[in-house]
Design a protein around this ligand. Structure first.
Ligand code: GLN
Length: 483
């Protein structure tokens, strides 16, 4: 029964001593052992370590030194460094890599007495939209085991939906928290760029990457965001702001809220079922007293092409460190160059190599101005267009993905997959906070809706999302019957 509860509910039980941290952690470990074989959300679990952390959390609870999340367990995407526990990025090159330090978010959680349940599957180095680029395993969507959980944080979404963790951490460079949250019917929150430290997050696109919570409720997302956010001197892009506050999350209302719906996010290949759910959500918001108006933000049309220059450019530089010497595995080859070529050639997957090549090309002397520089200009333009809308409207409302979860193997055209990022990419381009919650169902599969706000509006955004969640029957977490 613990596995059905939200973080807030588990926390209530723990604070009242109605249960112990060990009992709660054990319940999830048992379920993982029995059922994760079907879902494949975890790459690494270490029950002894989790239980030792649970006992330490219990000591905090008993000593009266606890924080709101003390004693609850959560799962962690496997591109977030954990001291002494392997962090693979679902890549063969890091398959046996054990970090010598914790990411800042992990040490913050540890200080708060949050238990690490294990590390979850992802697209290799977080590059993908379906989790199918993992070199280490297949993750299935608990709503339909033949379908993708979305990506790249597919394991983090599947474990929350499948009641194999009450919540998890994901990372989002172009939608990797929000899209799998949408496919799996849960809440996914990407905070303002710089509010959560990236120290210890294995870098993909450093100017876009952000860690955030994946949960069953908006309240849980706020609680987890509060626990992991705040200034960090170890991340030079960390903002000086205090942590995101969860205190007022329940005081939000949709009354009087001005919501803008960008036409460019509804054009093209949006499935009829997604369109229908989205229209119902707009109706609900109106019925609750919000104004919902269609607007035009023309630069959205260039978002996918621009992102797929900038993100690979940054990745091509960031992934230079996997040279067989500094990090991860090495394959022997002929001389130094032979060794590096063999290591990178054989241990990186196809998508990662494609992106390194595209990024290197876009940054090379002859093409820099035509690709990288232009992409940066479009990025600035896109941010400006959104900012000018935020002067007139409080938040932007849109679908998360034009489609619901597709069958594994069904979308094997890399371009088709990339086009699914049209609604999520703008938040990363502008550093804006954005949240995905379940808006309804299409043929029995969840359909997410997204709210996006201006930089540093995280608290306001969470409040609005909470109010929308309360007004939407489908947003109440439901667990799929996959067992
Ligand atoms: N789907 C996008 C990509 O493949 C986003 C990935 C992410 O946010 N990490 O790059």
């Amino acid at each position: 029964m613990f596995t059905k509860l939200s973080l807030a509910e588990l926390s209530g039980l723990l604070q009242r001593r109605d249960t112990s941290a060990r009992e709660v952690t054990q319940a999830f470990l048992d379920r993982i052992q029995h059922l994760d074989g079907k879902v494949g959300s975890y790459l690494t679990v270490d029950p002894e370590k989790s239980l030792a952390q649970a006992d330490a959390a219990q000591a905090l609870l008993d000593a009266g030194g606890s924080q709101p999340l003390t004693g609850v367990p959560i799962a962690i995407k496997d591109n977030i460094s954990t001291d002494g526990m392997r962090t693979t990025c679902a890549s063969k090159v890091l398959e046996d890599y054990v970090p010598p330090y914790d990411a800042t978010v992990v040490s913050k959680l540890q200080q708060a007495g949050v238990v690490n349940l294990g590390k979850t599957n992802l697209d290799e180095f977080a590059m993908g939209t379906s989790c199918e680029n993992s070199a280490l395993g297949v993750t299935r969507n608990p709503w339909d085991l033949d379908r993708s959980p979305g990506g790249s944080s597919g394991g983090s979404a599947a474990c929350v939906a499948g009641e194999l963790a009450p919540a998890s951490l994901g990372s989002d460079t172009g939608g990797s928290i929000r899209l799998p949250a949408s496919f799996c019917g849960i809440v996914g929150f990407k905070p303002t760029y710089g509010r959560v430290s990236r120290y210890g997050l294995v870098a993909f696109g450093s100017s876009l990457d952000q860690i955030g919570p994946m949960t069953r409720t908006v309240e849980d997302a706020a609680l987890l965001a509060e626990a992991i956010s705040g200034h960090d001197p170890l991340d030079s892009t960390s903002l000086p702001e205090p942590p995101i506050s969860a205190r007022e999350v329940k005081s939000g209302t949709l009354k009087g809220l001005r919501l803008a719906v960008p036409r460019e996010m509804l054009e093209g290949e949006v499935e009829p079922g997604v369109r229908e759910v989205f229209e119902q959500v707009c109706q609900t918001a109106r019925a609750e007293g919000a104004t919902v108006e269609e607007v035009s933000i023309p630069a959205i049309k260039f978002g996918v092409t621009t992102y797929y220059i900038i993100a690979p450019a940054e990745a091509s530089s960031n992934l230079g460190r996997y040279d067989g010497i500094r990090y991860g595995s090495r394959l022997d080859g002929n001389g130094h160059v032979g060794m590096v070529a063999k290591t990178r050639g054989e241990l990186f997957g196809h998508e990662v190599k494609a992106r390194i090549m595209i990024g290197t090309y876009a940054l090379s002397a002859g093409y820099y101005d035509a690709y990288y520089l232009r992409a940066q200009k479009v990025r600035a333009l896109m941010a400006q267009e959104f900012e000018s809308k935020f002067a007139e409207y409080d938040l932007v409302l849109s679908p998360v993905s034009p489609v619901v979860a597709f069958r594994l193997g069904e979308l094997n055209d890399p371009l088709a997959l990339k086009l699914l990022d049209v609604c999520t990419i703008p938040a990363n381009m502008g550093g804006f906070p954005a949240i995905s919650l379940n808006g309804g169902f299409s043929s029995g599969l969840p359909v997410g809706v997204q709210l996006m706000g201006p930089v540093l509006s995280d608290e306001r955004l969470l409040q609005a999302a909470y109010a929308l969640e309360q007004a939407l029957p489908a947003a109440a977490f439901r667990a799929p019957q996959f067992a």
